[in-house]
Design a protein around this ligand. Structure first.
Ligand code: URA
Length: 428
């Protein structure tokens, strides 16, 4: 039975955590239940969140909090014989990997069930992007979601209100109290939603750099390790990649404009090399977890044969839209150009600002946003086009200010910094 935590018990728990104690699983369960029931108020919960951020949560505590959060709502159950997989990005700019990889992995025979969120801050949300496809529905019922994965092999749906209601309440409070950047709280937030979503194995893409939630490499590595370790406690297999987010991943920044890039990428019309590397790597890990033979070759073949594009069309149609609607998506007519003001090398790109600009420019036209021409390290001459802004609100000067040019070529950075292997499940 859930331990009842009243105001006095919560005060004792906050004091114990403040003084360095580890709280037990029953206590975490009682805290989450009490907060949802209203016997614990925002003041006490805020104190617990802050002390958890400062003291840190042990793996046992994070697993206990995750379990309590999963149990706060409904869970999706896929048939036991299916190895359903899911991928999750910790949030980036021009991150079209989900739009590419979900149909790509499904085209190779995996079953991919992806629950996604909306944009957080400057980072794009896959659901906002899909909403730009005319007629497409992301509000699928649990039954529709399961049936679609069974029938065509993939679905991307909006996180239902009925799954992990505790996360919504806690995230809002964390946002108001400066307690979002805690490895333990982030792990519990992400994993509780993934576990309730029903998949048996996950690939996490932990972004690292100025435009990611994790700015520092050590923090990103720690989050990656923790996601894999805590997933193991729930008998879920997981791999976590730490990838670079110091510039937009792809060539487009916005919502509908990123769908156009993903569509063109899958059709083989425009293949940015960084997107290709990221997509094939994530797809390869997903396919390996799903038990598909020759994951890398299989993913490359599905991409190059057009099978992955046809799977995207099947998913779009299954979710209420049409091939014609997807293929009819076009850039706004009005565009502006951001030009290089001197000769040199692109030294930095402010992807946070580009994310904010693209968000503003895509409010009136869903395909408004940015197409980035120059990447960090590219040699440019005065007058070269660095990027184009699309939409009635696009502003060349604001876009130009997101680039800095220097005389020295910056050191190259890898796209994938590390990959954390799955650990053996230690029991839930
Ligand atoms: N994304 C989530 O879903 N939760 C967090 O706490 C941070 C990023």
């Amino acid at each position: 039975m859930t331990q009842q935590i009243d105001e006095a018990a919560m005060r004792r728990a906050i004091e114990a955590k403040r003084d360095g104690a580890e709280l037990g699983a029953d206590t975490w369960e009682g805290i989450v239940a009490g907060y949802l029931r209203g016997t614990i108020d925002d003041a006490q919960m805020s104190a617990m969140l802050m002390v958890s951020l400062w003291r840190g949560l042990s793996i046992d505590e994070t697993a206990a909090l995750t379990k309590a959060m999963v149990e706060s709502g409904e869970r999706i159950e896929f048939p036991a014989e299916q190895i359903v997989v899911d991928k999750h990005s910790s949030g980036g700019v021009s991150d079209i990997v989900s739009l590419v990889v979900v149909p790509l992995a499904a085209a190779c025979g995996a079953r991919v069930a992806k629950l996604s969120g909306r944009a957080l801050g400057h980072t794009g949300g896959t659901i906002d992007k899909l909403d730009a496809i005319p007629g497409l529905r992301t509000a699928l019922s649990i039954e529709e979601f399961i049936a679609q994965v069974e029938r065509i092999g993939c679905a991307i749906a909006a996180q239902s209100e009925r799954l992990v209601p505790a996360d919504k309440r806690l995230y809002r409070l964390r946002d108001r109290t400066g307690t979002v950047p805690s490895i333990g709280l982030i792990t519990a937030s992400i994993l509780s939603k993934k576990i309730a979503g029903g998949a048996r194995a996950f690939v996490f893409d932990v972004k690292c750099g100025p435009a990611a939630f994790m700015h520092r490499r050590e923090e990103a590595e720690e989050l990656a390790r923790e996601l894999v370790a805590v997933a193991g406690r729930f008998d879920r297999r997981a791999r976590a990649l730490v990838t670079d987010m110091s510039e937009p991943l792809g060539r487009s920044v916005g919502t509908g404009i990123e769908v156009i890039e993903a569509r063109n990428f899958l059709r083989g019309e425009l293949r940015d090399m960084r997107v290709r590397e990221a997509a094939l790597r994530v797809a390869g890990e997903l396919l390996a977890l799903a038990g598909i033979a020759h994951p890398s070759e299989s993913a490359a073949h599905a991409l190059d044969s057009g099978a992955a594009y046809e799977k995207l069309v099947a998913m779009v149609e299954a979710q209420g839209s049409t091939r014609a609607a997807l293929e009819g998506m076009a850039l706004p007519e009005r565009s502006v150009e951001a030009l290089a003001t001197l000769d040199g090398y692109v030294n930095s790109i402010d992807a946070v600002e580009q994310g904010n600009l693209a968000r503003a420019w895509s409010t009136s036209e869903s395909t408004g946003g940015i197409i980035v021409g120059a990447r960090i390290g590219d040699r440019v001459s005065r007058g070269d086009v660095l990027a184009r802004g699309f939409g009635s609100r696009a502003n060349a000067e604001a876009l130009q200010r997101t680039f800095t040019i220097a005389s020295e070529k910056p050191d190259p950075r890898p796209l994938v910094y590390s990959c954390h292997p799955e650990r053996s499940a230690e029991g839930a």
